[in-house]
Design a protein around this ligand. Sequence first.
Ligand code: BGC
Length: 422
Amino acid sequence: MTAKITIKKTFKGLLLGAAISASMTGVAQAAEVEVLHWWTSGGEAKALGTLRDSLQGQGIGWKDMPVAGGGGSSAMTVLRSRVMSGNAPTAVQMMGFDILDWGDQGVTANLNEVAKAGNWDAVVPAALKKFSKTNGQWNAAPVNVHSTNWVWGNKAVMDKVGIEIPANWDDFVSAMQKVKAAGLIPLAHGGQAWQDATIFDGVLMATGGIDFYRKALIDLDEQALTSKTMQQVFDRMRVLRGLVDDNFSGRDWNLASAMVMNEKAAFQMMGDWAKGEFLNAGKVPGKDFVCFRTPGTQGTVTFNADQFTMFKVDDDRHEAQMKMAAAILSPEFQIAFNTVKGSVPARTDISDEAFDACGKKAMADLKEAGANNTLVGSMAHGHASPAAVKNAFYDVITAHFNGDMSSQEAVKQLAASVKNAI
Ligand code: BGC
């Protein structure tokens, strides 16, 4: 029997052990990794700290290169200029199609040896592997699996207003209207293109279902893009626009999470990195906050996975880079990181024992969606189409959300700008 992997010793214990043996053997921090990422919120930084500590325990130094901005667009811009000037970082947080793009450029490091030693082919889910590898070469080490079709609710606010977890889209909207009538903010949101798009993932799935999601966001089928269903998706986005507060524009996602935590708002529609913020603030799932799938999307998962793409580096950084790749896929790290980050492991053989109720649900949902063929990549987070198409979606979704564009006009512009980007 292959038992699922659980934590035998605490991760902290492992790190301490490694740190002590490194200092006893006098290993100097000769090598270092330079890590480009967009994990700048409290919960994200805490999760990333588990990786930094693990590497430091092995005598590997950490040069941090944070570039704020969910979805990673700004980080990707910085990356391009670094690679163009011949000075690529060691490891770069990256998602989906961006990894494939870089894999094609011939600038990424070959992780096959580490992957073979760690048996990655057997333990990394196929949905992730398809992005980590180009022509049989592993370019990236998968860190986690997140998904975007989640809602985070404040339990006290829900109780005060007298609302339950909504079973479908209409119930969700009625619940939010009740919150509004009670003088509170129904939906905490940050008006940034990637956040508008994150909401759009869930709204589209709730409105059109899994087949429509695939046709519109993955196949980019023109009929689907210009359909009545797509108009309805924009109609629903307009309804949501009426349920956010007046100061939503430009707000960072973690500040929107804080509004839910502080009982200013009832809900946030956001990927499960939001849970990392709740946990970081000492909030308890089921008691202080609830997690539920975007009403109407139950049984489906719109996933995104962070991976560290490794770039070709000089010999002096190569060994540290390979150690970093190996550390990322270790079961201990996968548990330590993902229980803090709000995501779930990028390996299929990890027990859910160490995870909280939302994490257990996320793991079960992922498994079920994988088995039922209802697991699809998030458009908003680079797992449905290459960056140019993703940006075409971003542009129209955000222009519609922030202006007074009609749904008919939005559909027309969407089909045109996607066509242009293909
Ligand atoms: C990443 C998450 C991150 C979030 C907000 C997403 O694109 O996958 O890891 O927490 O952006 O920064």
